[in-house]
Structures are given as C-alpha cells and as structure tokens.
Design a protein around this ligand. Structure first.
Ligand SMILES: Cc1cc2nc3c(=O)[nH]c(=O)nc-3n(C[C@H](O)[C@H](O)[C@H](O)COP(=O)(O)OP(=O)(O)OC[C@H]3O[C@@H](n4cnc5c(N)ncnc54)[C@H](O)[C@@H]3O)c2cc1C
Ligand SMILES: *[C@@H]1O[C@H](CO)[C@@H](O)[C@H](O)[C@H]1NC(C)=O
Ligand SMILES: *[C@@H]1O[C@H](CO)[C@@H](O)[C@H](O)[C@H]1NC(C)=O
Ligand SMILES: *[C@@H]1O[C@H](CO)[C@@H](O)[C@H](O)[C@H]1NC(C)=O
Ligand SMILES: *[C@@H]1O[C@H](CO)[C@@H](O)[C@H](O)[C@H]1NC(C)=O
Length: 473
C-alpha cells in the first residue's frame, strides 16, 4: 500500500487521439467600415496618451502580427484595428479609460492559448500583455511574483536555479494569465491544488484606471472573484504565487495503438512522478500495456514541459470542450475510445482533423487544498471533479459549426455514459478554460454566479470589461 504522500506525487495522464491533418484557412474580418474608422481613431488616441514604455502597432507591422497571434488560428481576429503593448500598469489604466469612454471593443491577451474564438481577440484594440515579464522569487515568503505576460515555460526556467516551482501549466506555450484566472490544473495539483489555491496576490488595473494589489486581506471579495473569474473585473498585471520545492521529476511517455479498420486511434500515455525516482512498482499496471515506444527519463520539470508536443497542432482551427467526472471506470475509457473512433471517422471526411480526448485522472482530493468559499471556481468542493478535455483541431473555417456541434454532442454522450454508471455529474460544474463558448455561466460558476455578478457591478460599474470577449458576467 502506497503512502498518501506518494500517491499525490503521481499522475498518469492519457490522450486518445485520431489524426488526419491538412492545411488551414484564415478567418475574415467582419466589421463595417464606419466601425473600423472609429476603432482606428481610438488607436490614435491611445497612441497619443500612453507613455514611452508602451507602443501601438498597426496591420503589416511585425509586432502587430505577433500581438494578435494565438495557438489556435480560429482564436485570432485578423481584423483588429491595432495592437497595443502596454509597458506599465498606469498605461493599462489610461488605455482602459479610453476604451471605456469610446466603447471600443478590445481584447486582453496573455499567452494566447484561449480555445474559444473571441476570448482574447477582437475587431477593435488588441492589448498584448507581453511587456509584463519578470519572475521575482522571495525565498523568505516562499512566493514568486510573476508578470502577466509570461508563459509558464519562462516561469519554470527562472525558478529552476532556486530548486523551487509553482503550480502551473503542463505543456509548452500556455500563458500564466488565462490559465491562472480560470483555475489551473497542473502536474502538481494532486499535491497542492489548483493554481488559484496557491495565489497570494494579484496586481491589477481597474477599469477606472486605479492600480491595486488584491490580497485576501485588502480586497477579500475581489480576491475570491479573480480565482476563476477571468477578465470580468480588471486587467491583471502581476500574480504572486506560492512556491514549493522542486527536484528533478520522473517521466515515462509511451504510445500504443488500437487496431482499427479505418483510422488508427492512438493512445499517448504520460506517467509523471514528482521526484527523481518513483516508488518500486507504482506504475507496473500501466507499463504492462503492450506499447510501441517508451521514453523513460529523470529530467528537470522545465524540460518535461518543453518536450510536450503541444505545438505540433498549433496554427490549426481548434475547439475545446469538457466533461466533469468523478472517476474513470473501464467502461468510461471504452466509451472515450469509441468517441475517438466515431468522431475521427465521421469528421475526417469533412475537413482534416485531430480528434483527441485527454484523460486526466487527478485524485478525488484535488479540491481539498482550499476552502469551498475561497474561489469563484469551482463553485463547490464537496467532491473532486476530474476535467476530461475534448480537443478537436481542423483546417477549414467552413467546418467550424460541424466541429463545435460534434464536440458538444460528444460531451453530452460521455456525460450520459457517466451518469448511466452512477456518477452524479449531469449538472456538475465545468472548467471555464476547457468549456465551449456557449456553455451557460451557471455551469461554470454554479451558486457563485449571483455573487460574481454583484462583484462585477461593484468593480466595473460601466461594464468596460464587457467590451472584451470571454465568460461575461
Ligand atoms: C495546448 C494547451 C494546453 C493546455 N493545458 C492546460 C492545462 O494543463 N491545465 C489547464 O488548466 N488548462 C490548460 N489549458 C487551457 C488554458 O488554461 C487556457 O487556454 C488559458 O486561458 C490560457 O491562458 P493564456 O493566457 O495563454 O490565454 P489568452 O488567450 O491570452 O487568455 C485567455 C483569457 O484570459 C484573459 N486574460 C489574459 N490575460 C489577462 C490579464 N492579464 N488580465 C485579465 N484577463 C486576462 C483573456 O482576455 C482571455 O479571456 C491548455 C490550453 C492549451 C491550448
Ligand atoms: C474618460 O471620460 C471621463 C469622463 O467623461 C474623463 O474624466 C476622462 O478624462 C476620460 N479619460 C480618458 C483617458 O479619455
Ligand atoms: C511553442 O510555441 C510557443 C509560442 O506560442 C513558444 O513560445 C514556445 O517556445 C514553443 N515551444 C517549443 C518547445 O518550441
Ligand atoms: C459510440 O459513440 C456513438 C457516438 O456518441 C454512439 O452513438 C454509439 O452508441 C457508441 N457505441 C457504443 C458501442 O458505445
Ligand atoms: C476606482 O474603483 C475602485 C473600486 O470601485 C474604487 O475603490 C476607487 O476609488 C476608484 N478610483 C477612482 C479614481 O475613481
């Protein structure tokens, strides 16, 4: 019998996938000329008002292209009037006031990994937070201040020399900001909870231009709302997260295929142990599965993240959706395999596709690391919910509706299978960073929704943040 501590350090994640991928198309701008003129006027106004630490860029400029780009091409609006890279929190305040005064649509982008179209893109003013960098480790407080423009890769690299780490993203390229503001499921979640469970402070800019540091003691209500509430109240410029000791980690990655007539559904399995060596035998049942390739290594946490194949499908159109589960039974795994082949076959005829289901079997205790009233998400911590990630990537814009509808139908099917085997998940909260764009807010925030709506009215009375996309309270 393994000790509880050791169990918390292990995670065996699997991705079921079927791929037939080819080229992609760009989304076309969809704004009237009059609106476009108005947005350009706002861009000029911002350019005049900001300090020399910040810059505005226009289409055809290299920086504009970088600022509007996303991991999923369907999450980019190629029609943004301009991009702005604020360099100070004060400039973010000036920009927000101009956007509010002129009711100009805008977007806030951290790592640009939003899977929903329009969540961090806009036909108006694209704010790219890339100048908010910097990782400051405080060994006394055991915290790290992290700029809101960073991706987790940068954070891990900066903390590695101190042999500490934070509870952050699992694969390369993901932004600190959107990940944290939605919740954050990490390799280290079994041990320490969601990323938000480890948040100590948020430095942010309110829509009226005020720069504030939000902690449990300074603004308990907003501190609660920011943990899952995304961009509804403000723009965050800096996160302070708790740090934890980090050794090298043990990782085993291997692949196996199911024999299948048309496609070759594959399973990519990753076994993770948060120590250089796992206890003897802990993963034997997994390793007994016949597999083609096996890559076992003891490596830095940073190199684990960099070695993930997440960029292999960057640049395609994409959607995520999710089902919250209490456990993965063999019959549920069978149903997931069936979904992979069913949709893989059906959708590969419509437009090149990569159909994938990410099984992330966290411990049922994953929500026990913070109190149930500590965060906007999850609205209840009475039971541990394991987020299954449904991920489809494809080439042609014309297939968007079909792909979205299929992801919804697949989520409904798997929910039904789970319910049929006795899991009480028909209305379980869904993770905002995985849920498809038209998911009702009540499915993410549950009984917290009314509280969040009044918080929003308090901190953003003019609904300036409503001009930006996302889960809008
Ligand atoms: C390849 C891949 C792997 C992933 N792996 C995981 C995982 O392991 N665990 C997990 O929990 N999630 C994971 N996700 C989901 C991920 O957490 C979300 O996509 C997250 O929103 C990405 O954050 P970002 O900053 O990169 O995204 P962005 O697209 O930049 O932003 C996402 C949202 O946050 C808002 N936002 C961004 N910056 C700010 C700011 N400074 N202030 C206020 N609002 C802001 C945006 O306006 C937008 O609504 C993954 C996604 C991808 C594509
Ligand atoms: C926005 O409008 C308010 C009220 O009309 C005004 O006081 C403020 O100066 C304006 N701010 C900017 C940055 O334009
Ligand atoms: C993946 O792409 C992101 C850009 O979105 C880049 O920052 C990151 O370095 C890439 N990762 C690897 C391992 O190449
Ligand atoms: C396979 O999935 C499809 C689509 O969800 C479903 O209609 C079908 O009943 C499933 N088959 C089995 C054997 O579960
Ligand atoms: C901005 O809004 C916050 C929160 O509502 C408030 O505390 C602060 O006084 C406001 N600042 C200004 C300059 O109006």
């Amino acid at each position: 019998m393994l000790s509880a501590l050791r169990m918390t350090q292990a995670l065996a994640a699997a991705t079921f996938f079927l791929s037939v991928i080819f080229g992609f198309a760009h989304a076309s701008p969809d704004v009237t000329l009059r609106a476009r003129d108005a947005y350009e006027t706002t861009c000029e106004q911002i350019k005049q008002a900001i300090s020399s630490a910040s810059d505005v860029y226009f289409p055809l400029e290299f920086q504009y292209g970088r600022d509007i780009a996303h991991w999923a091409v369907s999450s980019t609006n190629f029609g943004a009037a301009c991009s702005v890279e604020p360099g100070t929190a004060q400039d973010v305040g000036i920009i927000l006031q101009i956007l509010g005064n002129t009711t100009t649509p805008f977007a806030v982008k951290g790592g640009g990994h939003a899977s929903n179209p329009g969540w961090s893109s806009t036909p108006g003013v694209q704010i790219a937070m890339s100048r908010f960098g910097g990782v400051n480790y405080d060994p006394t407080a055991q915290t790290a201040e992290i700029g809101a423009g960073l991706i987790w890769d940068d954070v891990y690299a900066a903390l590695e020399p101190f042999a500490v780490n934070v509870v952050g993203g699992r694969v390369t390229g993901v932004g600190v900001a959107g990940f944290t503001l939605g919740g954050g499921y990490s390799w280290k979640t079994n041990q320490y909870g969601l990323t938000i469970d480890t948040a100590e402070a948020f430095e942010l800019v309110l829509p009226n231009g005020t720069v504030s540091t939000i902690t449990q003691s300074s603004y308990p209500d907003l501190f609660f709302g920011l943990k899952g509430g995304f961009n509804n109240f403000d723009i965050v410029t800096k996160f302070t997260l708790q740090t934890f000791p980090q050794t090298e980690v043990w990782v085993c990655r291997y692949y196996y295929h199911y024999n299948f007539l048309l496609g070759q559904p594959g399973v990519s399995q990753l076994l993770f142990y948060d120590y250089p060596t796992p206890p003897d035998g802990i993963f034997d049942d997994f390793l007994a599965i016949p597999h083609f390739t096996e890559d076992v290594s003891t490596r830095s946490f940073s190199s684990l993240v960099l070695s993930s194949p997440a960029n292999a499908t960057a640049g395609y159109r994409a959607i995520f959706h999710t089902v919250s589960l209490l456990q993965y039974s063999p019959s549920l795994i069978e149903a997931i395999l069936n979904e992979t082949t069913f949709w893989g076959e059906r959708l590969s005829f419509a437009s090149g596709t990569f159909i994938s289901y990410d099984v992330e079997p966290f411990l049922p205790s994953l929500f026990s690391h913070a109190s149930s009233s500590s965060a906007a998400y999850p609205p209840t911590r009475s039971q541990g919910l394991l987020p299954l990630n449904i991920y489809y990537a494809w080439g042609l814009e014309a297939a968007d509706d079909l792909m979205h509808a299929s992801a919804r139908q697949s989520a409904a099917q798997l929910t039904q299978v789970a319910v049929a085997e006795g899991q009480d998940v028909a209305d379980a909260p869904l993770y905002g960073n995985y849920a498809i764009f038209d998911t009702p807010l009540s499915r993410i925030y549950g009984d917290n929704l009314a509280t969040l709506q009044s918080l929003k009215a308090k901190y953003d009375p003019g609904n300036v943040m409503g001009l930006a996309g996302g889960w809008k309270l």
